[in-house]
Design a protein around this ligand. Structure first.
Ligand code: FE2
Ligand code: FE2
Length: 303
């Protein structure tokens, strides 16, 4: 074992975290639209000087809606992948099987959580915000890659959620408390997922030849390219929603600036924060030092 995690300990920690979707939203708990939803480190609305403070808050909330939707989307391919990975261990490896089943069950809860928050958002925002998808087509495309490429993509996402909360959300006192609570409770469970996924990557790579591993890492980079195209499309959807809710059309120059700043903000939120996470790089470096160096140079475009 090259990591300090083991299935029994991870399962024990996961089982002690016991929040319900109903504790987070609904039954009197709702979103406060007078506050931002996303931390500025991810939203990057402040540098858009052509927007008023109210406009910036509106755009921040549109980004919050996209966050709920994009996480709903990625959790939909993580869930079946983790279930498939758990299957071979059900007979005999009790802690491993239970840890992965707990992981899958938490992702099902997260899908429900993000969906419930989206419903609350729609109730309060009144303008339809489009999102990339559909989820089943995205899942089908991503799951068509080598299992190691998919497991690396999931590992990237798990460490990304840790980064979001620890670097940007935890110390931000301006955020809507309900939205912040969602990010906090998601973060709590994702810590165990990141560790389990590290072990999953290690197990999948165990009997692979170096050339196959390198090819699978290239597959992970291709999935990153696919997601980056999605980010560009999502930025265009966010611009559309912003113009619809503020009932005005930005000048061509301001539209260009919106697309430039916000596409990069989305790249950082969903790609850069995962690619440059030190634990993700550590795992990748154990698989291939050369590919780690490649990723570190590619990642500069996503920061
Ligand atoms: Fe999750
Ligand atoms: Fe997760």
């Amino acid at each position: 074992m090259t990591y300090h995690y083991n299935f029994k300990d991870v399962l024990g920690r996961a089982e002690r975290i016991t929040w319900r979707v109903e504790d987070m939203i609904g039954e009197g708990k709702t979103l406060d639209f007078s506050k931002p939803f996303m931390p500025e480190g991810l939203a990057r609305v402040e540098e858009m000087t052509f927007l008023s403070p109210a406009d910036k808050r509106t755009l921040n909330q549109i980004r919050g809606h996209a966050y709920l939707s994009i996480f709903g989307l990625v959790e939909e391919f993580i869930l079946p992948f983790v279930l498939d990975h758990a299957k071979p261990f059900i007979n005999g490896e009790d802690y491993r099987a239970r840890a992965f089943l707990e992981f899958a069950s938490e992702e099902a809860k997260h899908i429900h959580l993000f969906r419930r928050f989206r419903q609350e958002f729609v109730k309060g925002f009144h303008v339809d915000c489009k999102v990339i998808g559909p989820a089943d087509a995205v899942a089908k495309h991503i799951l068509s890659h080598h299992p190691l490429s998919v497991a690396l993509t999931i590992l990237h996402i798990e460490w990304m959620t840790q980064r979001h909360f620890q670097d940007s959300v935890n110390d931000d006192g301006t955020l809507d408390p309900q939205f912040k609570n969602l990010l906090k409770h998601h973060w709590m469970e994702e810590m165990q997922h990141a560790q389990l996924d590290t072990l999953m990557v290690e197990a999948i790579a165990e009997n692979m030849k170096q050339a196959e591993i390198d090819e699978a890492i290239d597959g992970y980079l291709k999935i990153g390219g696919f997601l980056d195209n999605g980010m560009k499309q999502q930025t265009a959807f966010d611009l559309e929603a912003f113009e619809a809710v503020t009932k005005r059309r930005l000048t061509p120059a301001d539209r260009d600036e919106f697309m430039r700043v916000q596409h990069q903000a989305n790249r950082w939120t969903y790609l850069g924060t995962g690619m440059t996470h030190k634990n993700f790089l550590e795992t990748l470096g154990k698989l291939s030092a050369a590919k780690r160096a490649l990723l570190e140079s590619v990642a500069r475009d996503f920061c």
